[in-house]
Structures are given as structure tokens and as C-alpha cells.
Design a protein around this ligand. Structure first.
Ligand code: CA
Length: 230
């Protein structure tokens, strides 16, 4: 994962006033900013220089934010870039749909700038999990914290950044039961509000990826308590 002194954030938003507010606030926090007003411009910019994080509006003219998100998350070179989706939609189903296309976080408009900044920082902070340089193992699963590669039975698995960090948390203490709240603290950060349903969505994704090439589901749902590895 690339770590820069001044993280590069790409803002994809078609409303000039909203783009300006985001740009102003992110610049004030010391980030380097690029701006795109539609999906095509965003994809072009991402292909020229991979940013450290993308703030992506859902409703865009032409290619939708969801489609942009999907494309960025399917390319190996951009798959690990955290994406925060912005949307005027507040229905739970939309939130879940947003997360299922690969977005790492989802913020409903009108949002508080303070909250959005906290989420941006949390995403950037957790781009690097605990235990850098270590290889964590459990049965046939290995996680290399330095190269961010995860293998199961010798096969390389494609994990998003949130799933990677969830797995790293489980691998640190196999057998331990983690509550959703504990996982939120560890994976999303204490200062960010994320509901527990989000944990379930990401656990579901992690399970799916871990079983890509077969093998039993190594994660255990502990009723009323949370999740455990093994
Ligand atoms: Ca818009």
C-alpha cells in the first residue's frame, strides 16, 4: 500500500459548490486534491495516477458512481484504494447496495464535514493494518501484512481493504470471539460511526472470498456474541 506524506484524494462530484467545499476542507487537512466532475474524467485520472482515497458521489451525469466504484474495485491496480460514497439516498437498502459494490464507506447527504473528514482519515489510517511486515497464518490461510497478499491453499485471494483488515484482526487471535463493536473499533476506528450491519456485510464478503477456491468457511458466527476464526 502506498503511504505518502501528503495523501492524494480524488473528489468525484458533479456539483461545483459541493466539490469546492470538499476540496477546501480536504486541502485544509493537508491532503493533495484532484477533482473530477464526472465518471469518465474520474476513470481517466485514476488510470493516470492512482490516488490514496476516492470520495465518490453516487449521482453523477453519465456513468453512475456505483458503476465507477465497481470498475475501480475490479482493477487489480486500483482495487485497494478506499472509496467513500456520497449519496442523497438514505434507505438502508441503498446503503447496503453501495457497500456491496465495493465501497468502503458510505455517507448520506447532507453530511457533516467534520464527520466526513473523520471517515476519510479513518480509511487512510487503516490502509495499513497492525503487524506490518509479519506473516499471519491459520491453517491453510496466510496473510502477508507487508505485501498485502492473502493466500489460501496456495491460491492468491482478492480481498478489499476492509476485508483484509478484518482478516488480519481474526488472524491475530484465532479462536477469539470478536463482537461487532470490537470489530468496528479495530477495523473502522473509534471516532467513526458505522452501524453493525456494515460489519455483517463485510464479513459476508470476506467469507465469500475465503471460499473462492473451495474449502470450508473458517469463520464462525457466534450467536449473540459476534464472529470468530476457527
Ligand atoms: Ca451529484
Amino acid at each position: 500500500m502506498r503511504q505518502q506524506v501528503q495523501p492524494h484524494v480524488l473528489i468525484v462530484e458533479d456539483e461545483p459548490s459541493q466539490r469546492a467545499v470538499l476540496s477546501y476542507n480536504l486541502e485544509s487537512e493537508g491532503f493533495r486534491i484532484s477533482e473530477a466532475e464526472d465518471g469518465d474524467a474520474a476513470l481517466l485520472m485514476v488510470s493516470e495516477e492512482v490516488p490514496d482515497l476516492i470520495v465518490l458521489d453516487w449521482m453523477l451525469p453519465g456513468v453512475s458512481g456505483i458503476e465507477i466504484c465497481r470498475r475501480i474495485k475490479t482493477r487489480p491496480e486500483t482495487r485497494e484504494v478506499p472509496i467513500i460514497m456520497l449519496s442523497a439516498r438514505s434507505e438502508e437498502v441503498d446503503r447496503v447496495r453501495g457497500l456491496e459494490t465495493g465501497a468502503d464507506d458510505y455517507v448520506v447527504k447532507p453530511y457533516s464535514v467534520t464527520e466526513l473528514m473523520a471517515r476519510v482519515k479513518a480509511q487512510l489510517r487503516r490502509s495499513r493494518p497492525a503487524g506490518v511486515g509479519e506473516t499471519l497464518r491459520y491453517e491453510d490461510i496466510t496473510l502477508d501484512a507487508e505485501t498485502h497478499r492473502v493466500h489460501r491453499g496456495g491460491q492468491l485471494l482478492k480481498l478489499g481493504p476492509t476485508e483484509f483488515r478484518l482478516l488480519a484482526t481474526f488472524l491475530e487471535k484465532p479462536g477469539r470471539v470478536w463482537s461487532r463493536e470490537q470489530m468496528l473499533d479495530r477495523v473502522w476506528g473509534r471516532d467513526v460511526y458505522v452501524d453493525t450491519r456494515t460489519v455483517d456485510v463485510h464479513i459476508g464478503r470476506l467469507r465469500k472470498v475465503l471460499c473462492t477456491h473451495g474449502g470450508a468457511d473458517p469463520l464462525r458466527t457466534v450467536r449473540g456474541a459476534g464472529y470468530a476464526l476457527g
